[in-house]
Design a protein around this ligand. Structure first.
Ligand code: MF3
Ligand code: CO
Length: 250
């Protein structure tokens, strides 16, 4: 599939999808507390999304059984909410969600600490978030995709962290996953030329230790191979003829 340029009408819908997702994350974060299950987090998140009249895009996507991916500690992404998975003080919890508004998608992830967390855990969360912002400094028409990827990698690795290679960001629009792939690490080719109207889900997944990951037997949950902590931060971003517009952040 070719990389698409969104029309003003499509962009308007993606803006709305992004705004609702940003609000969903902010509201959902307020509910997080030690002792709750990851399934409760999913239930609350789904209710918030549906309360805005939107569809949670992950539900039943390729068979994924929930609306919110909840990934705790060494879980990198795509954790499946479960009634017996209880979050505890000191945990770090990555929440990834998608919203469909009038046929258009937004996709965003945040990582939160539960109660008081170790300083190393907080640093991983902060660096992962900042690596996204280092990347989007290059999300401008005239640059190439690899400029974004390389900036994310350079920043995260300068802290000794492992940048996950086996999963990447993606184009987004009337489908959750569109071309191009958006790696969080440099490739030999410079990648596509960025043009106004392109929409990208940029999503660094950063491990405190090695970049290697493995899939659990549920075929969804991705965990760090070495058991180290992992954090995830993602937004849906519009390339413009000036500054990039972060659609899923308010
Ligand atoms: N944000 C995730 C991604 O871009 C979407 C997960 S799809 C799901 O990879 F099915 F796991 F929900
Ligand atoms: Co995504």
């Amino acid at each position: 599939m070719a990389v698409t340029i969104k029309s003003p009408r499509e962009i308007e819908r993606m803006r709305k999808a992004g705004e609702i997702l940003a609000k969903t994350h902010d509201e959902l974060a307020k509910h997080l507390k030690p002792g709750m299950s990851t399934l409760e987090i999913d239930r609350i998140g789904e209710e918030i999304i549906r309360g805005y009249g939107c569809i949670p895009s992950f539900k039943n996507y390729n068979g994924y059984p929930a609306s919110i991916c909840v990934s705790v500690n060494d879980e990198v992404v795509h954790g499946i909410p479960h009634p017996e998975h209880i979050i505890e003080e000191g945990d770090i919890v990555s929440l990834d969600a998608g919203v469909i508004y009038e046929g258009y998608h937004s996709d965003a992830a945040r990582t939160w600490g539960i109660g008081t967390i170790a300083p190393e855990a907080q640093r991983l969360i902060d660096v992962t978030r900042q690596s996204f912002f280092e990347g989007i400094r290059f999300a401008r028409a005239g640059n190439h995709l690899n400029d974004i990827s390389a900036a994310i990698q350079k920043y995260a690795e300068s802290f000794g962290y492992g940048v996950v290679r086996d999963l990447v960001g993606h184009g987004i629009g009337s489908h959750l996953h569109e071309d191009p792939e958006v790696p969080n690490f440099a490739r030999k080719r410079k990648g596509i030329l960025l043009r106004p109207g392109m929409t990208l889900a940029i999503e660094p997944m950063i491990n405190a230790g090695s970049p290697e990951v493995v899939w659990l037997d549920d075929d969804w949950t991705v965990v760090t191979e070495d058991g180290s902590l992992s954090a995830h931060y993602e937004n849906t971003v519009l390339i413009t003829d000036g500054e990039p517009e972060i659609l899923s952040l308010i």
